[in-house]
Ligand binder design. Sequence first.
Ligand SMILES: Cc1cc2nc3c(=O)[nH]c(=O)nc-3n(C[C@H](O)[C@H](O)[C@H](O)COP(=O)(O)OP(=O)(O)OC[C@H]3O[C@@H](n4cnc5c(N)ncnc54)[C@H](O)[C@@H]3O)c2cc1C
Length: 319
Amino acid sequence: MNLWQEYLRPTNLSQALQAFAEASGPILPIAGGTDLLLDLEQGRHSPVHTLVDVTSIVEMTALQVRGAELFIGAALPVNRIVLDTLAGAHAQALTEACNLIAGPQVRNVATLGGNVAHALPAADGTIALLALSAQAEVAFALPKSIGTALAPSARTGVVSGASDNERSRSASTRRVPFKELFIGPGKSSLKHGQELLVGFYLPLSKANQASCFKRIMRPQGVALPIINLAIWLERTNDIISQIRIAVGPGGPTPWSGTQAEKALLGKPLNAETFHAALEALLSQVGFRSSARRASSDYRRHIVSGLFKDVLETAWGRAS
Ligand SMILES: Cc1cc2nc3c(=O)[nH]c(=O)nc-3n(C[C@H](O)[C@H](O)[C@H](O)COP(=O)(O)OP(=O)(O)OC[C@H]3O[C@@H](n4cnc5c(N)ncnc54)[C@H](O)[C@@H]3O)c2cc1C
């Protein structure tokens, strides 16, 4: 049985959005296919007529500094992120997360955009991006009538190589705060068959800022971890002047430990402040029991060591 009827490989954003706008049947983006193909094959996904391969779209495979931000294309295989020096310098937690996803074969094709769009609350790249305050760039097709009516300056996200005709009818992009991408386990807020993740913007890192990602995994485990945790922090005169804590799966969507962040903000890191933060984290987090990975109680038990390890590593790196 064919899993799809038509496979398109656009080379720019305009062509991809045009395919979405003109689709006559169910249409989906595909990147590495490491999640989607299994879901289609095993009947966890409704049938699809057209797959739009986004991995040749130039704008979605860039990794570069843009102004005061780092842009990471959604269609970049995670292994490219692991090896990139800019990502290493400005998004260490993300490179650490990407380096732990699956094995080398999967990492060579699995993309960061696919990791995020799949919307699992413990996806490794997703948890790192949350701690790093990412913003997503989302592209959506403009109906032809609106697209042609807009002045060129009102349209963004146009990809070089697109013809004027293509540009006039497509490619508008917007920035979305990262958390707003998620509405439930496996459910993103992206409009299926209409919207694409183009990439992610992260603030550039300063000398007194650092991040760290670690996870706990079953010894023979592939795919998602028992628990993962990412922290970004800023250290000013031995005080935590900014901090963001992300834990997966701390809730139905990628989860931020806001109470633990409050407990640490403006304080030095020592045994007393760590324990206050741990208590705050445990009182807020909503670990669930999952048959394949771990019980909620076990996750509550092991999170303390992981939290301490990640926090101390980020703190040390920011010195
Ligand atoms: C053996 C194995 C081990 C794994 N181990 C891990 C692990 O350790 N940690 C982990 O986090 N994950 C793991 N995964 C899951 C998977 O590899 C990752 O989630 C991967 O990053 C998904 O990316 P992809 O490019 O393959 O996505 P795809 O499978 O191509 O797509 C996934 C979903 O995202 C949508 N999509 C893809 N790109 C876009 C886009 N640009 N805009 C909008 N929607 C888009 C697709 O339509 C689909 O719904 C594993 C998978 C396998 C098979």
